[in-house]
Write a protein that binds this ligand. Structure first.
Ligand code: LCS
Length: 395
């Protein structure tokens, strides 16, 4: 399969971007239309029956959206993709489609807060039970599996603890137990990690992050490994909504073309910043897959093609010290989200992961002193100067 692919940047630039057949537009046109005219009653009926190709209604499919879906499916080495109005809409659609009443799901304990909350608070009303465990240890997954378990849902690297889960080990466990393996690949992006190639069934993304990359769109996508999964998820999304708007899809597709350039630049910055933090007297610990003392270094090197652009760290004087740093930075912006060209800093315990209970947060390693830094594409020396001056307030 790998051999059929061109280089990542070549595919990112060209995928889904054939010149438009009407006027030759090089940028995919924005088909900002909710509905599509039929030439005849027979044609309309044929499109609904699936015997005629063509578009019907934008919730069910749209040419601008389809171009983006084709591009992301190609970059993830998947069969097909379904774009959604947000990352949470993508994740919820996967749960909605595959979690049966009284079934059970095993997931990573430190997933993005709402991905866990949606199961624990909402799907639980339909009898769905869940075990969110530290999936960085495959034995914890094996122990959590029950006869009624149907899905293994992992996020790697995890938000915000930057721990990794071994995807290949999860593929083996999922196959042995007949589970659907779903991987949230938002943090790594297909440049650095392709779970479907390793044998995962489904990948989800918050395209709000790196795939779009410019902090101006909220969007998500599901990438499947088979036609059967694609058709089932597509039908489910058609029925319960959550489709992406064509203009949003066009913006994400525009951002996607520079995914490789942006992630490589941000990663280069993150490598330098992690090293700077590690050596700084005001910093107590740094967790980043590119650091020499990273606990899962072997797995990071085996599973990922680079350490990525997000790291977390703790400073002296715990939360109080962290608050000072977050308020003292000037270039890095105090905001949630990640994966844009601008560097963002945030406090997960009181922000992105505040919807989890304190006990669940502590058990998942989301300590009060953890600061998340989502590194952007600015010049390295400017970022280091900014973080350095903020850290000086603690020394
Ligand atoms: N998956 C991951 C790993 C995420 O980080 C997020 C959002 C989502 C899914 C949900 O995607 P959305 O619906 O927002 O497009 N993460 C956020 C974060 O860390 N800060 O703000 C949002």
């Amino acid at each position: 399969m790998q051999d059929e692919h061109q280089g990542f940047d070549t595919e990112a630039v060209h995928a889904g971007s054939e010149p438009d057949p009407h006027f030759g537009a090089v940028s995919v046109p924005i088909y900002q239309s909710s509905t599509f005219a039929f030439d005849s009653v027979d044609q309309g009926a044929g499109r609904f029956a699936g015997t005629e190709s063509g578009y019907i209604y934008t919730r069910m499919g749209n040419p601008t959206v389809a171009a983006l879906e084709e591009a992301v499916a190609l970059l993830e080495h998947g069969h097909g993709a379904i774009a959604t109005s947000s990352g949470m809409a993508a994740i919820s659609n996967v749960f909605f489609t595959y979690l049966e009443a009284n079934s059970h799901i095993v997931g990573t304990d430190s997933v993005y807060g709402p991905s866990r909350v949606v199961v624990e608070k909402y799907f639980s009303r339909f009898g769905v039970e869940s075990s969110f465990v530290d999936t960085s240890q495959p034995d914890n997954i094996k122990k959590a599996i029950r006869p009624e378990t149907v899905m293994l849902y992992i996020e790697t690297p995890e938000n915000p603890t930057i721990r990794l889960t071994d995807i290949a080990a999860c593929v083996e466990i999922a196959r042995e137990n007949g589970l659907l393996l779903v991987v949230d690949n938002t943090f790594a992006t297909p440049l650095l990690q392709r779970p479907l190639e390793l044998g995962a069934d489904i990948v989800v993304h918050s395209m709000t992050k790196f795939l779009n990359g410019h902090a101006d769109v909220v969007a998500g996508i599901i990438v499947t490994s088979t036609e059967e999964q694609w058709a089932r998820l597509r039908r489910a999304l058609n029925h319960h909504g959550g489709c992406i708007d064509p203009h949003q899809a066009w913006l994400v597709h525009r951002g996607l073309r520079t995914l490789g350039l942006r992630v490589r630049q941000a990663q280069e910055n993150a490598i330098a910043i992690a090293e700077f933090l590690r050596q700084h007297p005001a910093v107590e610990w740094v967790r980043y897959p590119g650091s020499p003392d990273y606990a899962q270094r072997e797995l990071a090197e085996r599973q990922m093609e680079g350490p990525g652009a997000i790291l977390c760290f703790g400073v002296k004087r715990g939360l109080e010290g962290g608050r000072k740093i977050m308020e003292a930075v000037n270039l890095a912006t105090l905001a949630v989200s990640l994966g844009g060209v601008e560097t963002l800093i945030e406090h997960p315990a009181s922000m992105t992961h505040a919807s989890m209970s304190t006990e669940d947060r502590e058990a998942a390693g989301i300590t009060d002193n953890l600061i998340r830094l989502a590194v952007g594409c600015e010049n390295t020396e400017d970022l280091i100067a900014d973080i350095g001056q903020a850290l000086e307030t603690l020394v």
